[in-house]
Design a protein. Structure first.
Length: 555
């Protein structure tokens, strides 16, 4: 009996020694071979790096009014490993924050993850109520969300940012590097149960830089209101307007109707978010005749008083072109050709120029290439190279057909005439905090003498020509109407679809403003002088009073 007991004790001791041996080898392997990797794993289990978003810079208008700014919000996150009852927590959080509990539950129930976002940029008042409930596993981080105090004013220009505070459209995208700043980081040190016991600041955030624009919110809001009324009156598809200082290229307003509230961009149709003054093109029609006349004057082929006998219609290759209104044969000066917007007269001048010289002048005015405006997605327009002209092109281009331009290109072209022949790059940014003011990009495209002649002719357009509805009491107005049929997808023109436009300069004796208006697909009338000129008159009249620009008309 005692021999059996001794044998059992020896077996037990052997098994115990074997177990201690295995444990010893395991400990040696963990502390020797796996020590480094396990140390790193332990640190990651107890340390968590959190990104600290940088405050985004504010966007101001020229008067100092805030157009875009960051407002306080709260990001809610969770550690699913600390969530005891994920279903009930999902229901409570969803109720407090207005979320879908069924979408939230899988995140909170996934214990393989130590960090999940519950809500980004949530309302601070709602999150404050949730935070007071002290639900284990939930965490809160202060964050900014973008807010546009003016709502729809300049929405297409400002654009918007995403939930990660990254610019996605408009100036928010164009200026993202300046506005965004640099995010910081901090490390949360947790105990084995997941509770935060220390916070280590690794890198502080650097706030973004503020930006001041050339836009004036009052001029912008007024232009948008007038465009909305114009679109409604003429049951138009859309309308655009640009108010530009011809001396510097500063854009005081860049309006599009219909518009949208920038704070509600996720639910706004993409078509409403587009800044059509920069991204969209149109056939300019008669407003383009300014280029043809300027080229003929600059090349000394004609003077403003040169006379031409003009029939009502003209055969140009395989096309017969006529003036807009039926008439007999007339004798017009160059000034009258522009004032009465004669297609036949413009084509006559173009034939004097010839293909190569006219093509060169079109390029010189900046058509066919981007202006370089500080806005993303600018279109270069569409200009047919001279070597691809057909026989009828010399009859199309001089009257603004067979060419596509952007509103900002056309406004800049007229601004060069107003500015004594100096073209200035149109721009929206006046300055970025901490940086130098943007340099003015200028080039001479016309002589001062030719510019003066053109200004006189453009005044006649308003005084006695097609732009009479653009007249402003007390001020001399120079401008040009345009009415262009819209091209279709088959290489022809769509029936009944037109773009009506007007470009004006005020005061004509001392130009301070260039105002362009385009109205897409008006109904009831199609003519630029009837549809777009009155909108110009309303916008320009308001701006002249607002800016306290003195009258210049002789009484």
């Amino acid at each position: 009996m005692s021999r059996l007991v001794n044998r059992r004790i020896r077996v037990f001791l052997a098994l115990l020694a074997a177990c201690f041996g295995v444990l010893f080898l395991r400990a040696a392997w963990l502390q020797g071979i796996r020590a480094t990797s396990l140390s790193r794993l332990g640190q990651t289990q107890h340390r968590e790096q959190v990104t600290l978003p940088a405050g985004r810079g504010t966007i101001f208008d020229r008067t100092g009014l805030r157009l875009a700014l960051g407002e306080q919000a709260m990001t809610v996150y969770a550690d699913p490993m600390q969530i005891r009852r994920p279903r009930s927590v999902a229901d409570e959080v969803a109720r407090r924050l207005g979320l879908d509990p069924d979408a939230l539950y899988p995140k909170l129930a996934d214990r393989s993850r130590g960090f999940v976002y519950v809500a980004r940029q949530a309302d601070p008042a709602r999150t404050a109520v949730l935070r007071r409930e002290r639900i284990p596993g939930l965490g809160f981080l202060p964050e900014e969300r973008r807010f546009y105090p003016q709502g729809s004013v300049a929405a297409q220009v400002l654009g918007y940012v995403g939930v990660d505070d990254t610019g996605l459209a408009g100036l928010e995208l164009q200026l993202d590097k300046d506005l965004a700043g640099k995010a910081g980081h901090q490390t949360l040190v947790k105990d084995p149960s997941g509770r935060v016991i220390d916070v280590i600041g690794d890198r502080p955030e650097v706030a973004g830089r503020d930006v001041t624009l050339t836009l004036d919110h009052t001029i912008q809001a007024n232009a948008e209101q007038i465009l909305r009324e114009t679109v409604h009156k003429w049951r138009a598809k859309s309308a655009t307007a640009i108010v530009l200082d011809p001396r510097t290229g500063s854009i005081l307003a860049m309006a599009v109707a219909p518009g949208y509230n920038a704070n509600l961009y996720p639910v706004a149709p993409n078509a409403l978010q587009r800044n059509r003054t920069v991204t969209d093109t149109y056939e300019p029609g008669s407003t383009f005749k300014l280029v043809t006349v300027a080229a003929a004057l600059s090349d000394h082929l004609v003077s403003p008083s040169s006379e031409f006998t003009l029939p009502y219609s003209l055969q140009v290759s395989d096309r017969v072109i006529h003036d807009a209104e039926p008439r007999g044969t007339v004798r017009y000066t160059v000034a009258q050709i522009l004032a009465h917007s004669s297609n036949i007269g413009a084509i006559t001048l173009a034939k004097l120029l010839g293909r190569d010289r006219l093509s060169s002048w079109i390029s010189r005015f900046g058509f066919g290439r981007a202006t370089g405006i500080d806005f993303p997605g600018e279109s270069s327009g569409i200009v047919l190279p001279a070597d691809k002209w057909s026989g009828s092109t010399i009859g199309n281009l001089p009257i603004g057909q067979g060419i596509a331009v952007t509103p900002v290109q056309m406004a800049a072209a007229y601004a060069s005439v107003a500015n004594r022949g100096l073209w200035s790059r149109p721009h929206l940014v006046a300055r970025v905090a901490g940086g130098a003011r943007p340099s003015l990009n200028r080039r001479r495209i016309l002589s001062p003498a030719v510019s003066r002649s053109l200004m006189t002719m453009l005044k006649d357009v308003v005084a006695e020509g097609t732009g009479m509805y653009a007249a402003i009491p007390g001020y001399q107005v120079a401008g040009k109407t345009g009415t262009a049929q819209k091209p279709d997808s088959h290489g022809g023109y769509a029936t009944g679809e037109y773009v009506a436009s007007f470009v004006g300069i005020v005061p004509a004796s001392r130009p301070r403003l260039v105002v362009l208006v385009t109205v897409d697909e008006p109904h009831g009338a199609i003519w630029g002088g009837l549809v777009a000129a009155p909108a110009f008159q309303q916008i320009a009249s308001f701006d002249l009073r607002y800016l306290e620009i003195p009258p210049d008309a002789r009484t």
